[in-house]
Write a protein that binds this ligand. Structure first.
Ligand SMILES: Nc1ncnc2c1ncn2[C@@H]1O[C@H](COP(=O)(O)OP(=O)(O)OP(=O)(O)O)[C@@H](O)[C@H]1O
Ligand SMILES: [Mg+2]
Length: 427
């Protein structure tokens, strides 16, 4: 095949890009509609989901498509600076700086300076302090949206979720938005983050339950579907990079492999596909199946390194003859449900390791409880108590790529991290 790479894979697969790449954005109709409905309603919104599931891209895409004016405040800054108000001030100052720069640039360019200067004196009034930062920010958004609805996103809720003080401040801000002084600016909040139970938290905290009524929790931003994952791979490798053709056998193999090992989490799909695409790009040739093995190894080493040591610490590789715990860990990685019961795990262990489990008591409950009690546990009990979930979705991905079965199909082995022996890899 004639090799003429038109694009650098880094422009196509962007695992940590905060700006939405419209070409690579995969539509998520149900989530987009829920968000859109929420924007039309009267309540403020809570958007939650695991890290890397696409929350930020989702609201940025929808708000941009709707031509809604919005600004993002980072609650991690609120935590760092002491309170949310300081972060609002931070945003205002940043906007002011940006306007000043553009004013200086305009002045230097020698045109329209009068207009820019007028803008500048407008923003300067915040510094004089006629309005406190919250109202100044709302008023700024209102002016920018020319009196239409606007949105203030409060992202990274997890950064303040442990702090009663910050949550109380957030509750006060939400309550204030109902007050005429603030309501007239027509600004809606979207609170974004990993924990989903903000509403519940407010409901259950004395004196704050009224805040819960003002919030609407949107459906969880979850992994992509298999179809959406394939769309993303196709758009990147076939349409944008032209490294693969949908008719290639390798294309189908890659789709299946990526769906399996990334657990369909958008950020992880980008991360893995980038590692894979770079193999071809660096070598100035089309993709080959060995590239997948190299990408597996690099991904495991670079992105799953920490998870690898945690899973490793939970194993009993050298302790017993059948290494039952390792069989259980391997099986956890193979299950597709987000929560699992001991019985689900036992069924899997018995069918996958039938030779070493026949007529043997397994005590899967005991093993799961042991795993959940480690200082860095890979699983944890759900509040209801009869099911377990992965403590972090990264462990599922890690187990899928790091563990393999050897010796008469009964023994679980880990792939060493420091090997260049590609045949020890999955693909
Ligand atoms: N709809 C989408 N289509 C294609 N790629 C996506 C989509 N959503 C997210 N991504 C990819 O996943 C990456 C992570 O997405 P995003 O930053 O929105 O996640 P997040 O849920 O906000 O994570 P965090 O909680 O860590 O902030 C993006 O940089 C992008 O590469
Ligand atoms: Mg985000």
């Amino acid at each position: 095949m004639f090799w003429n790479p038109k694009k650098n894979p880094r422009e196509v697969f962007t695992p940590r890009e905060s700006k939405v790449n419209q070409v690579m954005y995969i539509e998520r109709p149900e989530l987009e509609e829920a968000l859109l409905d929420g924007l039309l309603g009267t309540k403020h919104l809570v958007l939650h989901g695991e890290s890397g599931s696409g929350k930020s891209w989702l609201y940025k895409k929808v708000l941009t498509d709707q031509s809604l004016v919005y600004r993002v405040s980072n609650l991690a800054n609120a935590s760092r600076l002491g309170n949310i108000n300081e972060e609002f001030l931070n945003i205002l100052n940043r906007a002011e700086e940006a306007k000043k720069t553009s004013y200086t640039e305009t002045k230097d360019a020698g045109f329209n300076a009068a207009l820019a200067s007028a803008n500048l004196s407008h923003t300067d009034s915040y510094r004089v302090g006629s309005k406190e930062p919250f109202e100044a920010l709302l008023s700024d958004l209102h002016a920018e949206s020319k009196g239409n609805n606007a949105v203030l996103v409060l992202d990274n809720l997890e950064a303040i979720f442990q702090s009663q003080e910050h949550l109380k401040e957030l509750a006060d801000l939400i309550t204030l938005l109902d007050d005429d002084t603030y309501a007239k600016y027509r600004v809606k909040f979207i609170v974004v983050g990993i924990p989903g139970d903000l509403r519940k938290y407010f409901f259950e905290t004395p004196n704050l339950s009224a805040v819960g009524n003002r919030l609407k929790e949107l459906p969880e931003v979850f992994r992509l579907t298999e179809e959406q994952t394939e769309q993303l791979i196709k758009r990147g490798f076939v349409d944008e990079l032209e490294y693969l053709n949908v008719k290639d056998k390798l294309y189908n193999e890659i789709v299946e492999h990526v769906i399996w090992i990334t657990d369909r989490i958008p950020q992880k799909i980008h991360e893995y596909c980038l590692a894979l695409a770079l193999e071809a790009y660096r070598n100035s040739r089309p993709l080959q199946s060995d590239d997948v093995k190299v990408a597996d190894r690099k991904w495991l080493e670079e992105s799953l390194y920490q998870a690898y040591s945690v899973v490793e610490a939970s194993m009993n590789e050298n302790e017993t003859r059948v290494r039952r715990r390792d069989q259980v860990i391997y099986s956890l990685g193979q299950l597709n449900t987000s929560a699992f019961r001991a019985a689900d795990v036992e069924n899997y262990v018995r069918s996958r390791f039938s030779d070493s489990t026949e007529d043997v008591q397994l005590n899967i409950n005991g093993t799961l409880s042991y795993l959940a009690k480690q200082s860095q546990p890979i699983i944890r009990k759900t509040p209801k108590g009869d099911t377990y979930v992965f403590a972090d979705p990264v462990y599922r991905m890690c187990i899928r790529i790091m563990l393999k079965i050897e010796q008469n199909n009964q023994l679980v082995k880990k792939r060493p991290l420091d090997t260049l022996d590609l045949d020890s890899y999955l693909f």
